[in-house]
Design a protein around this ligand. Sequence first.
Ligand code: AMP
Length: 189
Amino acid sequence: MRIVFIGPPGAGKGTQAVLLAERLGVTHLSTGEVLRAARTSGDPLGRQAAEYLDDGRLVPDELVVKLVADRLAAEDCEKGYLFDGFPRTLPQAQELDRLLGERGERIELALEFVISFEELTARLGKRGRSDDGEDTVRRRLEVYASHTRPLAEYYNQRGVLRRIQAVGGVDDVTRRVWRAVQHARSGDS
Ligand code: AMP
């Protein structure tokens, strides 16, 4: 199955992505994780991405799309994949569709994690990642609202969007995620 997760930072996407990818036996692809690892190892991609990561701004589309295109070419993506944190802009979504079209594939489920601003700021304050400082968090939430949230409508028009409430315990959210997957698989939209 081919899935994208859409949701603001702090919505629990990463946790759910790991669980769902394992359950479905598909590859989990977090562009944020790849970029952070590239920065730590000091490779050219990491050096180009570092300033954006630290400021909570989006890394330029070309860099991220290249990263994803390379990653999709790997053998472990043949069994399906779950994108976590990608696409984050309309051009990224369009480019992803183009890449998938070349492979004769398409996104079957776009899952939007819905959560209030108040809940998010409370959660992010507790997380302690290096880009979780107050100003950076605010910028990342703004970037989400202006650039990424509109992608839900993009996928809605393609008939693959499902929304879940991302509040409550991890197990509650996991159950909602699974229900959405089952609906998508049965074609019941
Ligand atoms: P995440 O781990 O998904 O919260 O991503 C952390 C940071 O990595 C973001 O704040 C961006 O700076 C960068 N990043 C991750 N994915 C993307 C993407 N698809 N497009 C642009 N920047 C990204």
